[in-house]
Design a protein around this ligand. Structure first.
Ligand code: SAH
Length: 388
């Protein structure tokens, strides 16, 4: 049976030719045949075939390209894509049991996230089309990995744009929430049901490891969440302080600390902006500082305000960083380019009267692939800087 067709404009065709996977509603000429979340054939006005896509009846992103091939996008095709993603992880994930197995567009599976935490898998299906494939995805995971449990963390606001409800729960297997896994030689507990995102910030794994090379002396981990950077720093530093506003996250950070028998780490519940200001007034100084704030610019319209936020944060951190010390600073907003971030920090360094060199320019861990023709997939920027 032929799948329904959606007709797109020349601009839509140009999008496909540019290698992007999203076609906006404004470039759809006729979607009358297509139901919510169906897999459709994309054609132009002359009925020329351009690929197959997930159709959304609600989102501004009307079509998410799955393939340029005519071969039906069936369960076997989906399983192949997941297997290809998994095989790449075997090449690039080292020393970690928690990683992103499927990273949506970065693995040519738009709007599908699969995070693996040892024996547990957590999935997010963020479009109408992928949501319809949810149980197929769970079945494929069961066949390939025989996991202890598969959970969904679809309690995310973006689903609203698709007209999908926010929900979380068990899709298959046991109802496990907490799981203990290894990362870079440390043990971490992840709260898969109650934690932020799918439980952890897996995209920073390689940066947490990289931070170890430079960590020394007195260290400060701002926006520590459950202590990811802090505990990596602890082995190299005299003392570490982790700061976050979330008491639940800090509770888990304490448990992670105990799990690793690290006695030189303390935690503080505070707003990092206020904390950094007070630390400067009290003349506190650090040799290693990590800044890993949440995304300040979720939309393009908030870019200006976000850049002011990054400037202020980095200025305050540079003021309390000792000469010879290291600052690892991040932005996870795709709207903030690396060039933007470098410019903002250069301004902060001038204001703080400190010369700063760029030691490393990094990004998200390799299990969060950047698709060259979809700039949105390059979201995390991580700079390691040194105060001279
Ligand atoms: N560095 C962490 C991830 C940080 S996620 C890791 O490697 O795992 C961002 C964290 O910032 C969240 O834990 C959130 O609770 C916290 N947060 C958000 N706004 C904050 C603020 N103004 N001050 C302190 N913490 C904040």
């Amino acid at each position: 049976m032929l799948s329904p067709a959606v007709t797109i404009s020349q601009r839509g065709v140009d999008r496909v030719l540019s290698g992007h996977l999203w076609i906006y509603r404004a470039d759809v000429l006729d979607a009358r045949e297509a139901g919510a979340g169906e897999i459709v054939r994309i054609q132009d006005r002359r009925r020329r075939f351009w690929g197959q896509a997930l159709h959304s009846s609600k989102s501004q992103i009307a079509l998410r390209l799955l393939t340029r091939e005519e071969r039906p996008f069936d369960r076997a095709f989906l399983a192949e894509r997941i297997a290809a993603a998994a095989s790449f992880r075997q090449q690039v994930v080292e020393g970690a049991q928690a990683y992103r197995l499927v990273s949506a567009e970065g693995d040519l599976l738009p709007s599908l996230i699969i995070d693996r935490y040892g024996p547990c898998f957590v999935i997010q299906t963020l479009s109408q089309g992928m949501d319809r494939l949810k149980l197929q995805v769970a079945e494929i995971l069961q066949e390939a990995f025989s996991p202890r449990s598969i959970l969904e963390r679809n309690d995310v606001a973006v689903r609203e744009l698709e007209g999908l409800p926010e929900q979380k729960g068990v899709l298959a297997g046991e109802s496990i929430s907490e799981v203990e896994v290894e990362e870079n030689g440390l043990r971490f507990i992840f709260d898969l049901m109650g934690g932020q995102k799918t439980g952890g910030f897996l995209d920073q794994r390689e940066n947490r490891q990289a931070a170890r090379h430079y960590a020394r002396g007195r260290a400060l981990d701002c926006f520590t969440y459950t202590g990811g950077f802090a505990l990596h720093l602890a082995r190299q530093c005299d003392s570490v302080l982790g700061v976050d506003t979330s008491p639940e996250a800090l509770e888990l950070a304490r448990r992670n600390q105990q799990l690793n028998s690290l006695s030189n780490v303390e935690w503080k519940e505070a707003n990092c902006f206020d904390f950094l200001k007070a630390a400067d007034q009290e003349k506190q100084r650090y040799d290693t500082i990590v800044l890993d704030p949440p995304a300040f610019a979720r939309q393009k319209s908030s870019l200006e305000a976000a850049l002011r936020g990054y400037k202020e944060l980095n200025l305050r951190a540079l003021k309390i960083l000792n000469r010879g010390g290291f600052l690892l600073t991040c932005s996870c907003s795709h709207h903030v380019s690396e060039a933007d971030l470098l410019e903002v920090i250069a301004g902060a360094a001038l204001d703080a009267h400190v010369a700063v060199s760029v030691v490393e320019r990094r990004t998200q861990s390799r299990d969060h692939p950047i698709l060259l023709t979809v700039p949105e997939t390059h979201y995390l920027k991580c700079l390691i800087l040194r105060a001279l």
